[in-house]
Design a protein around this ligand. Structure first.
Ligand code: CA
Ligand code: CA
Length: 225
Protein backbone atom coordinates (compact mmCIF):
# COMPACT_ATOMS: atom_id res chain seq x y z
CA UNK A 1 0.00 0.00 0.00
CA UNK A 2 2.76 2.47 0.88
CA UNK A 3 4.25 2.09 -2.61
CA UNK A 4 1.02 3.14 -4.31
CA UNK A 5 0.38 6.75 -5.38
CA UNK A 6 -2.72 8.38 -4.00
CA UNK A 7 -5.82 7.62 -6.10
CA UNK A 8 -4.15 4.56 -7.69
CA UNK A 9 -5.50 2.96 -10.82
CA UNK A 10 -5.66 -0.83 -10.84
CA UNK A 11 -2.47 -0.75 -12.90
CA UNK A 12 -0.76 1.40 -10.24
CA UNK A 13 -1.86 -1.12 -7.61
CA UNK A 14 -0.45 -3.99 -9.69
CA UNK A 15 2.87 -2.19 -10.08
CA UNK A 16 3.07 -1.51 -6.33
CA UNK A 17 2.56 -5.20 -5.54
CA UNK A 18 5.24 -6.22 -8.04
CA UNK A 19 7.59 -3.59 -6.58
CA UNK A 20 6.91 -4.80 -3.03
CA UNK A 21 7.77 -8.37 -4.04
CA UNK A 22 10.96 -7.14 -5.69
CA UNK A 23 12.00 -5.06 -2.68
CA UNK A 24 11.21 -7.63 -0.03
CA UNK A 25 11.70 -10.99 -1.72
CA UNK A 26 13.96 -10.15 -4.66
CA UNK A 27 11.11 -10.79 -7.09
CA UNK A 28 10.73 -14.43 -6.00
CA UNK A 29 6.96 -14.30 -6.60
CA UNK A 30 7.00 -12.34 -9.85
CA UNK A 31 5.84 -15.31 -11.94
CA UNK A 32 2.84 -16.04 -9.71
CA UNK A 33 1.93 -12.37 -9.47
CA UNK A 34 2.14 -11.84 -13.24
CA UNK A 35 0.10 -14.98 -13.86
CA UNK A 36 -2.69 -13.81 -11.57
CA UNK A 37 -2.67 -10.29 -13.01
CA UNK A 38 -2.42 -11.35 -16.65
CA UNK A 39 -5.25 -13.87 -16.39
CA UNK A 40 -7.50 -11.06 -15.25
CA UNK A 41 -6.55 -8.53 -17.90
CA UNK A 42 -3.79 -6.68 -16.05
CA UNK A 43 -1.04 -7.97 -18.29
CA UNK A 44 2.12 -6.20 -19.37
CA UNK A 45 0.41 -3.99 -21.98
CA UNK A 46 -2.68 -3.11 -19.94
CA UNK A 47 -3.23 0.59 -19.38
CA UNK A 48 -5.56 3.01 -17.67
CA UNK A 49 -5.54 6.77 -18.00
CA UNK A 50 -6.30 7.30 -14.30
CA UNK A 51 -8.15 5.81 -11.37
CA UNK A 52 -11.29 7.32 -12.92
CA UNK A 53 -10.78 5.72 -16.36
CA UNK A 54 -13.95 3.78 -17.22
CA UNK A 55 -12.43 2.39 -20.44
CA UNK A 56 -9.09 0.89 -19.43
CA UNK A 57 -7.26 -1.22 -22.03
CA UNK A 58 -6.98 -4.86 -20.92
CA UNK A 59 -4.09 -7.14 -21.76
CA UNK A 60 -3.85 -10.85 -20.98
CA UNK A 61 -0.18 -11.44 -21.79
CA UNK A 62 2.45 -12.11 -19.14
CA UNK A 63 6.10 -11.04 -19.41
CA UNK A 64 7.03 -14.07 -17.27
CA UNK A 65 5.28 -16.84 -19.22
CA UNK A 66 5.18 -18.44 -22.65
CA UNK A 67 1.97 -16.84 -23.90
CA UNK A 68 -0.49 -18.47 -26.26
CA UNK A 69 -2.01 -16.54 -29.16
CA UNK A 70 -5.68 -16.32 -30.11
CA UNK A 71 -6.61 -15.42 -33.69
CA UNK A 72 -10.29 -14.55 -34.15
CA UNK A 73 -12.42 -14.83 -37.25
CA UNK A 74 -16.15 -14.09 -37.47
CA UNK A 75 -18.61 -15.52 -40.00
CA UNK A 76 -22.39 -15.61 -40.48
CA UNK A 77 -23.99 -18.97 -39.62
CA UNK A 78 -26.37 -18.71 -42.58
CA UNK A 79 -23.44 -18.72 -44.98
CA UNK A 80 -23.69 -15.07 -46.00
CA UNK A 81 -20.36 -14.01 -47.51
CA UNK A 82 -20.71 -10.49 -46.04
CA UNK A 83 -17.87 -9.93 -43.55
CA UNK A 84 -18.98 -9.91 -39.91
CA UNK A 85 -17.28 -7.04 -38.10
CA UNK A 86 -17.30 -8.31 -34.54
CA UNK A 87 -15.96 -6.86 -31.30
CA UNK A 88 -14.59 -9.45 -28.88
CA UNK A 89 -14.61 -8.89 -25.12
CA UNK A 90 -13.03 -11.03 -22.40
CA UNK A 91 -15.63 -12.00 -19.80
CA UNK A 92 -19.38 -12.38 -19.93
CA UNK A 93 -20.66 -8.93 -20.74
CA UNK A 94 -19.86 -6.23 -23.28
CA UNK A 95 -20.99 -3.22 -21.27
CA UNK A 96 -18.52 -1.03 -19.40
CA UNK A 97 -15.65 -2.94 -20.97
CA UNK A 98 -13.34 -2.37 -23.90
CA UNK A 99 -12.70 -5.04 -26.55
CA UNK A 100 -9.62 -7.21 -26.58
CA UNK A 101 -9.93 -7.80 -30.33
CA UNK A 102 -12.08 -7.11 -33.36
CA UNK A 103 -12.46 -8.53 -36.84
CA UNK A 104 -12.99 -5.19 -38.58
CA UNK A 105 -9.96 -4.39 -40.74
CA UNK A 106 -10.97 -0.70 -40.79
CA UNK A 107 -10.30 -0.14 -37.09
CA UNK A 108 -6.77 0.18 -35.77
CA UNK A 109 -5.97 0.88 -32.13
CA UNK A 110 -4.74 -1.15 -29.17
CA UNK A 111 -6.77 -4.39 -29.04
CA UNK A 112 -8.61 -3.66 -32.29
CA UNK A 113 -6.90 -6.28 -34.40
CA UNK A 114 -7.81 -9.98 -34.57
CA UNK A 115 -4.83 -11.36 -32.63
CA UNK A 116 -4.54 -11.62 -28.84
CA UNK A 117 -1.47 -12.75 -26.88
CA UNK A 118 -2.80 -14.47 -23.78
CA UNK A 119 -1.25 -16.33 -20.88
CA UNK A 120 -2.42 -19.97 -20.68
CA UNK A 121 -5.05 -19.97 -17.97
CA UNK A 122 -4.61 -22.09 -14.88
CA UNK A 123 -7.35 -20.56 -12.83
CA UNK A 124 -9.51 -17.94 -14.45
CA UNK A 125 -11.98 -18.02 -11.58
CA UNK A 126 -15.34 -16.59 -12.48
CA UNK A 127 -18.33 -17.90 -10.61
CA UNK A 128 -18.46 -21.31 -8.99
CA UNK A 129 -18.54 -23.47 -12.08
CA UNK A 130 -15.46 -25.72 -11.95
CA UNK A 131 -15.46 -26.20 -15.74
CA UNK A 132 -14.62 -22.53 -16.10
CA UNK A 133 -11.44 -22.73 -14.10
CA UNK A 134 -9.27 -23.64 -17.07
CA UNK A 135 -11.14 -21.50 -19.57
CA UNK A 136 -11.40 -17.91 -20.65
CA UNK A 137 -14.92 -16.68 -21.30
CA UNK A 138 -15.64 -14.28 -24.13
CA UNK A 139 -18.57 -12.42 -25.58
CA UNK A 140 -18.55 -11.09 -29.13
CA UNK A 141 -21.09 -8.85 -30.81
CA UNK A 142 -21.53 -7.53 -34.32
CA UNK A 143 -23.99 -5.15 -36.00
CA UNK A 144 -26.80 -7.27 -37.45
CA UNK A 145 -25.75 -10.41 -35.59
CA UNK A 146 -26.43 -9.86 -31.90
CA UNK A 147 -23.92 -11.46 -29.60
CA UNK A 148 -22.32 -14.84 -29.08
CA UNK A 149 -20.80 -16.15 -25.84
CA UNK A 150 -18.07 -18.77 -25.93
CA UNK A 151 -15.19 -20.16 -23.91
CA UNK A 152 -11.65 -21.02 -24.95
CA UNK A 153 -10.45 -24.06 -23.02
CA UNK A 154 -7.06 -25.25 -21.88
CA UNK A 155 -4.64 -23.09 -23.84
CA UNK A 156 -1.10 -24.41 -23.90
CA UNK A 157 2.12 -22.37 -23.72
CA UNK A 158 3.11 -21.09 -27.15
CA UNK A 159 -0.04 -22.42 -28.80
CA UNK A 160 -1.67 -20.47 -31.62
CA UNK A 161 -5.43 -21.09 -31.44
CA UNK A 162 -7.66 -20.01 -34.32
CA UNK A 163 -11.19 -19.26 -33.10
CA UNK A 164 -14.02 -18.87 -35.61
CA UNK A 165 -17.07 -17.16 -34.10
CA UNK A 166 -20.27 -18.23 -35.88
CA UNK A 167 -22.99 -15.60 -35.64
CA UNK A 168 -26.70 -16.27 -36.21
CA UNK A 169 -28.30 -13.43 -38.15
CA UNK A 170 -30.33 -11.15 -35.89
CA UNK A 171 -33.32 -10.18 -38.02
CA UNK A 172 -34.56 -7.97 -35.16
CA UNK A 173 -31.47 -5.76 -35.55
CA UNK A 174 -31.59 -2.22 -36.89
CA UNK A 175 -28.59 -3.21 -39.00
CA UNK A 176 -30.88 -5.73 -40.77
CA UNK A 177 -33.62 -3.13 -41.31
CA UNK A 178 -35.72 -3.64 -38.15
CA UNK A 179 -37.39 -0.68 -36.48
CA UNK A 180 -38.82 -0.24 -32.99
CA UNK A 181 -41.44 2.21 -31.73
CA UNK A 182 -43.80 2.63 -28.80
CA UNK A 183 -43.76 4.00 -25.31
CA UNK A 184 -40.59 4.82 -23.41
CA UNK A 185 -37.27 6.06 -24.67
CA UNK A 186 -34.19 4.74 -26.46
CA UNK A 187 -36.07 2.28 -28.70
CA UNK A 188 -32.94 1.81 -30.78
CA UNK A 189 -31.33 0.33 -27.65
CA UNK A 190 -33.59 -2.73 -28.16
CA UNK A 191 -32.32 -3.46 -31.65
CA UNK A 192 -28.66 -2.42 -31.72
CA UNK A 193 -27.13 -5.86 -30.98
CA UNK A 194 -25.52 -4.88 -27.71
CA UNK A 195 -26.46 -5.28 -24.04
CA UNK A 196 -24.62 -2.03 -23.40
CA UNK A 197 -27.74 -0.03 -24.26
CA UNK A 198 -31.33 -0.46 -23.14
CA UNK A 199 -34.86 0.72 -23.77
CA UNK A 200 -36.17 2.84 -20.90
CA UNK A 201 -39.70 2.35 -19.70
CA UNK A 202 -42.07 5.29 -19.56
CA UNK A 203 -41.68 7.60 -16.58
CA UNK A 204 -44.13 6.79 -13.77
CA UNK A 205 -47.38 8.65 -14.08
CA UNK A 206 -50.30 9.11 -11.79
CA UNK A 207 -52.68 6.13 -11.59
CA UNK A 208 -55.33 8.06 -13.53
CA UNK A 209 -53.11 8.93 -16.48
CA UNK A 210 -51.43 5.50 -16.51
CA UNK A 211 -54.72 3.76 -17.11
CA UNK A 212 -54.92 5.45 -20.51
CA UNK A 213 -51.59 4.05 -21.62
CA UNK A 214 -52.24 0.88 -23.56
CA UNK A 215 -49.24 0.06 -25.76
CA UNK A 216 -47.79 -3.44 -25.45
CA UNK A 217 -44.59 -2.12 -23.88
CA UNK A 218 -46.44 -0.22 -21.19
CA UNK A 219 -48.72 -3.19 -20.42
CA UNK A 220 -45.73 -5.52 -20.06
CA UNK A 221 -43.91 -3.00 -17.93
CA UNK A 222 -46.84 -2.65 -15.50
CA UNK A 223 -47.41 -6.38 -15.19
CA UNK A 224 -43.87 -6.91 -13.84
CA UNK A 225 -44.33 -4.66 -10.85
CA1 CA B 1 -9.62 -3.87 -36.47
CA1 CA C 1 -29.11 -2.71 -26.72
Amino acid sequence: MVLMPSMPSMIDARNAMLAADLARFGGANADLLWLAFSERGYGAQASAASSQDTDPIPDFSSPEHDNATLVFDAIAKDGSPVPVNADVFAGDYDARATPIADTDPATTAPNLDDTVPIVPSMAYVHGNNASRYRAYNFVANAPGYGHVRFAVQALKPGEVRHVTIRFPTNWASQSQGATAAGDGDFHEGLIDDTENTNWARPARRSRASRSWSSSAAAVRSRSRR
